[in-house]
Design a protein around this ligand. Sequence first.
Ligand code: NDP
Length: 434
Amino acid sequence: LRRNPGEPEFHQAVREVFDSLEVLEEAGSEYADLSILSRLCEPERQIIFRVPWVDDTGTVRVNRGFRVEYNSALGPYKGGLRFHPSVNLGIVKFLGFEQIFKNSLTGLPIGGGKGGSDFNPRGRSDGEVMRFCQSFMTELHRHIGEYTDVPAGDIGVGGREIGFLFGQYKRLTNRYEAGVLTGKGLSWGGSLVRTEATGYGATIFADEMLRARGSSLEGRRVAVSGSGNVAIYAIEKTHQLGGTAITASDSSGYVVDEAGIDLELLKQIKEVERGRIAEYAERRGDSARFVAGGSVWDVPVDIALPSATQNELDAEAARTLVRNGVQAVSEGANMPATPEAIGIFREAGVAFGPGKAANAGGVATSALEMQQNAARDAWSFEHTEERLTQIMRDIHATCLETAELVGRPGDYVVGANVAGFKKVADAMAAFGVI
Ligand code: NDP
């Protein structure tokens, strides 16, 4: 705490993992090794840089860029870039720390990292976003590479931004190094299913948790928060699996659509027009209503898929969900549920899938994109989706088996943290003190 002042989200993420690892200490396991734990609290490298750019009025703007190269025990640093005004070093460190264990759980050879900027893309023209991305990459390009560090998207960074970033990297390095970024467009090295992967994966994880208890997503009412990349494809997969997603939100409020969210309309407003969620209710007709502000978790549902941002689901929201009979919560976003909320779900016996397991489908498919780039290959949608589904089932099984093994049956938080940690700890121990 003294070493990392003013970084509450980072403290929260570390505390949750260390709480889970207490089961190893109790069992006198060799993995409860303080030298590894203390090294895990310190990123391998943290880069902070100035990002100057010129807006459409000719005014010079200055933002701050970050890349935290957290841990490379299992492979090159891998994790997204977030462009949002709330980004600071503590946020990037929390996301990078989570990413280490998430990437380990995928079973693929990728280390953990994260980056971004306090740049707010909302309301900015394509030209402004392009100039910002070019300036951001002008510094970042020295630090990344196919074998070093492979960024991707996150909040505020989608296909458009990855395009501008990749274009500038290619220009600066004079190399067509497709494997340096993931989330690329399909005509220039991207992978099918990458866009859908995080939302699909979190929904598949929810279905797996329900199946482990003898039911499924079929016929269930589902609440989804957010209306960005993760939320849209969580809604799509919910409908494919026979459930009905009835909510979506953004930072201005939420919509409830008792007939089920109309995906085509949502995609048109959010992906094409970059509009606000209130417009969905205006254009959808009688079945939908918009609630300004408020909490999407007030809507009675069987399943919750929080897919917006960290700490969006607090104790009060958890109590409401439990009172309304929620059976499973699967985190599409990173750390959306507060520790108090997780405690309430645990006590009530609600199946709870933590982000580092439930939303790992995105980074797993990014690693599949890297495989395709390395092999100069492009897989079909069906093949890639099959790989994603199998990876999600394997992660679910690993969490469940590990939780059982350490005497916490059904606790996916402990299962994910212990299983993710063991693999990283093994590699770190093999490398000696570095
Ligand atoms: P997007 O930028 O595509 O969408 C984010 C959505 O969340 C928007 O609807 C946004 O609304 C809403 N949101 C963001 N901040 C807040 C806030 N403070 N309060 C209320 N709503 C908010 O991002 P993604 O969908 O890519 O990411 C969502 C979450 O999923 C993040 O936690 C991210 O780290 C995580 N994640 C993403 C992965 C990916 O592959 N994209 C992979 C794994 C995890 P508004 O427009 O009003 O800001």
